[in-house]
Design a protein around this ligand. Structure first.
Ligand code: FAD
Ligand code: NAD
Length: 479
């Protein structure tokens, strides 16, 4: 007889493993199927999906190492610290990153054990439904298959890199995120296609370590999704100060790979150019992963963009089949997937699980960091919403000066009529941490006056958030 569970989760990325843990916490017998896409050195399945294996965590480890190297070379001197002959050993940096990944992925296995989530290694796909039970086939790499049954199935199969026609990725010379996180040496010349989050984060890593980096972006605007004041400031810092060569409006032509490296023909500003580089990163977005999921076997609806169709509560068109994370609509962010996983598990047991999609923070871990929550000024203008803005730079903040890093600003946007905070945008050191306060404010429907009346510790960067809230009412105290 097949094993039976209350819940089977397909995929052990942030959406899936969190859904599985929450379901188990709520007393449901739960299994999580993971397709062995990632393996540890012993060949055992690694949990954590894109995020832990080839995404959020390894990229942030490399960003930290490269940032320290950059500071040692360029910023220590202002503190009176001399650092001649600073060297970067790429192998050590990559090994450190791999160790962090190993520790965290192993940690998820521990969490599964602690919460009694059964781990089923193998590729999961729907095969049918009998009575109230969905049947999922689990096909292991060693050829073994088993069918498991569940009342509820949560699909959390995530996403994979979008590749471009005519540009085969070998993850040695032409890389997607997986290869770009494991270069064995700093390339002399690095090309990047796509000036989105991955292009800018990983472009920054290798630029700081000494590569000449050229980023080719199809759109005519830089960081089109961000508030344009932030995008403008970022453009200035990334291009003029840090030397990233970013070509906008680039139309990629023929790409050839030979023993000399990669040659990319592209058109920009009505001229034809050729970029010669040693390595190329293709970072042009990601596509939902529904490969061989058996969707047709059960009639699971997939939209024109390849995403599983879901309602506001991640319920699919099938009874008791749910989908969360990158495989459904919404931003492809780990924390968004995790929140959806919790929501679904809670709804399965009849609780009122909910995700507020208006309060999901975005963060880019470049230097300066960029973070925001809510609407941009451009969105408010397009929607005809009347708003007041308060914007304060880090330049006059005591903590920022002490840290020697005063780039950027905080901008608070509030409704002119109600003063409710509609958007907060930060570009600067530690924006990733500062945005948390703004997320709480948006989630609780706070006004800019609420933020302005809250006591902020001195001296901290958060005082700039405080001043920006005060500036909405044109009464900053220190600016
Ligand atoms: P995934 O993490 O993609 O996990 C899906 C899992 O399902 C995988 O383990 C896969 O092997 C498994 N699977 C797929 N199909 C099957 C099947 N049929 N059967 C069994 N298992 C299956 N987001 C952030 O919020 N912050 C960041 O800083 C950040 N940095 C990133 C950096 C990079 C370089 C990349 C590529 C992404 C980054 N992201 C970041 C995005 C983040 O990684 C994703 O949003 C997140 O991992 C999505 O989680 P998920 O659970 O939906 O899917
Ligand atoms: P992205 O959507 O952020 O950026 C892709 C960029 O490539 C866009 O600017 C797009 O205009 C450009 N592009 C598309 N086709 C092109 C072409 N043919 N030629 C040149 N440029 C082209 O995607 P990404 O950087 O690949 O990242 C994928 C996903 O991973 C993102 O959706 C993001 O949510 C997630 N991610 C998040 C973080 C973070 O939260 N810090 C970090 C990395 C990745």
């Amino acid at each position: 007889m097949s094993k039976q569970f209350d819940v089977v989760v397909i995929g052990a990325g942030p959406g899936g493993y969190v859904a599985a843990i929450r379901a188990a916490q709520l007393g449901l017998s739960t299994a999580c199927v993971e397709s062995e896409s990632y393996a540890d050195p012993k060949g055992e399945v690694r949990l954590g999906g894109t995020c832990l294996n080839v995404g959020c965590i390894p990229s942030k480890a490399l960003l930290q190492s490269s940032e320290l190297y950059d500071q040692a070379n360029h910023s220590f001197v202002m503190h009176g610290i001399s650092t001649e002959g600073v060297k970067m050993d790429v192998a050590t940096m990559v090994r450190r990153k791999d160790n962090i990944v190993g520790q965290l992925t192993q940690g998820i296995k521990g969490l599964f054990k602690k919460n009694k989530v059964a781990l089923l290694s193998g590729h999961g796909r729907f095969v049918g439904r009998e009575n109230d039970l969905w049947q999922v086939e689990v096909a292991a790499k060693d050829g073994g298959t088993e069918i498991v049954e569940a009342r509820h199935v949560i699909v959390a199969t995530g996403s994979k890199p979008r590749h471009l026609d005519g540009i085969p990725v070998d993850n040695k010379i032409v890389c997607d995120n997986a290869g770009a996180l494991s270069f064995d040496a700093v390339p002399k010349r690095l090309g990047v296609i796509g000036a989105g989050v991955i292009g800018l984060e990983l472009g920054s890593v290798w630029k700081r370590l000494g590569a000449e980096v050229t980023i080719l972006e199809a759109l005519p605007d830089f960081l089109a999704a961000a508030d344009q004041a932030v995008a403008k400031e970022a453009w200035k810092v990334f291009t003029r100060k840090q030397g990233l060569d970013i070509q906008l409006g680039a139309k990629i032509g023929k790409v050839t790979v030979d023993e000399m490296g990669v040659t990319i023909a592209y058109e920009a500003a009505d001229e034809v150019h050729t970029l010669q580089c040693d390595r190329l990163i293709v970072s042009v977005g990601r596509v939902p992963n529904t490969d061989n999921l058996g969707a047709d076997n059960v009639g699971l609806k997939i939209d024109a963009r390849g995403r599983i169709e879901v309602d506001d509560h991640c319920q699919t068109n099938l009874p008791n089949v749910w989908a969360v994370g990158d495989v459904v609509r919404g931003p492809m962010l780990a924390h968004k997937g995790m929140e959806e996983g919790v929501m679904v598990a809670e709804r399965i047991v009849g609780q009122a699980g909910h995700v507020n999609y208006d309060a999901i923070p975005w963060v880019m871990y470049t230097h300066p960091e960029i973070a925001w929550v809510g609407k941009t000024e451009e969105q408010l203008k397009n929607e005809g919403v009347e708003y007041r803005a308060g914007q304060i730079p880090f330049a006059a903040n005591g903590r920022a000066l002490g840290q020697g890093d005063t780039t950027g600003f905080v901008k608070v946007l509030a409704c002119s009529r109600t003063d409710r905070i509609l958007g907060v945008h930060v570009i600067g050191n530690n924006a990733s941490e500062l945005i948390a306060e703004a997320v709480v404010a948006v989630e609780f429907g706070a006004s800019s006056e609420d933020l302005a009346r809250i006591c902020h510790a001195h001296p901290t960067l958060s005082e700039v958030m405080h001043e920006a809230a005060l500036a909405v009412d044109k009464r900053p105290l220190h600016f």
